[in-house]
Design a protein around this ligand. Structure first.
Ligand code: PTJ
Length: 248
């Protein structure tokens, strides 16, 4: 039991989620290492969403609204930290959700599938029941792709990935939105839009932005959305994210 008064309460809660997900069998053992790496970068940016990350979130939402087939990809860490938030984002942006695991096992896929179904999200893609396609030039189990989802998607959200898929997906003509606390990771550099923020803050912020756009009728305003998208430079945004890292 973590006391609410603990100065590191929020951070310890996230660790608990990660530990429990591992015990429940759906988080990869490497997922704990990945979380530790994320924690370090989160510490360095002050554990809050920067203005730079907000800009990236806006560009990401604009692209999800512009997409013909937007897909939110989920792995073990994303499910552990933000399953409800991902479902909310999918609803707010009419996106599909697809399971994609680097350390893919039948058991992990089944557990994650059930978790989404328990929350009322039955149309989860990338499950063991589906006949999956494979993305060319990707030599890992991450190559699996649902025909209705990532295989044909034009805009994809790929949170907390290792460095092999984003680049290949971009080469395949897709717009890739990464959420990665490490602004110098391969995924961050290779993606179309990288949100340098913790997934637990970035996804709810994206949903908030999507709802605000919708309230103002801007979700269908192609000119407005394209303007946001065209004014976004991932290279510049990553430079600003690096500058936000404080070493004292
Ligand atoms: O569930 P699987 O089998 O698909 O495996 C998933 C992991 C995360 C184990 C796999 O993709 C992996 O090994 O990833 P990496 O190479 O450790 O990269 C994960 C990236 O996510 C790192 O750059 C971390 O800094 C970043 N990261 C970790 N936690 C968070 C994060 N970014 C945003 N929010 C976080 N909470």
């Amino acid at each position: 039991m973590i006391p609410k008064t603990h100065p590191r309460y929020e951070s310890l809660l996230l660790r608990d989620k990660i530990k429990n997900a591992f015990k429940e069998g759906y988080l990869a053992d490497s997922g704990m290492i990945a979380h530790g790496r994320g924690e370090t970068f989160d510490y360095l940016i002050g554990e809050k969403t920067t203005e730079t990350a907000k800009k990236a979130c806006e560009a990401a939402v604009a692209n999800l609204f512009l997409a013909k087939n937007p897909v939110l990809s989920v792995n073990g860490n994303t499910t552990a930290l933000a399953i409800d938030e991902i479902i909310n984002l999918a609803k707010a942006t009419d996106s599909k959700i697809e399971i994609n695991l680097f350390y893919r096992t039948e058991e992990r896929v089944n557990i994650i599938t059930e978790m989404f179904k328990e929350r009322g999200w039955d149309e989860i893609l990338g499950t063991n029941d589906e006949k999956l396609e494979y993305i060319n030039n990707l030599n890992s189990p991450r190559a699996t792709a649902s025909k209705d989802g990532s295989y044909t998607s034009d805009v994809m959200l790929v949170p907390l990935e290792d460095g092999d898929r984003a680049e290949v997906l971009v080469e395949n003509g897709k717009k890739i939105i990464a959420i990665d606390l490490n602004p110098v990771s391969r995924t961050a550099k290779m993606s179309t839009i990288t949100i340098v923020d913790n997934i637990v803050r970035a996804v709810p912020l994206m949903t908030k932005i999507a709802k605000e756009f919708k309230e103002k009728g801007l979700d269908k305003n192609t000119e407005f959305l394209e303007n946001i998208s065209n004014n976004f430079s991932n290279e510049e945004n990553l430079k600003d994210s690096l500058a936000a890292i404080k070493l004292k």
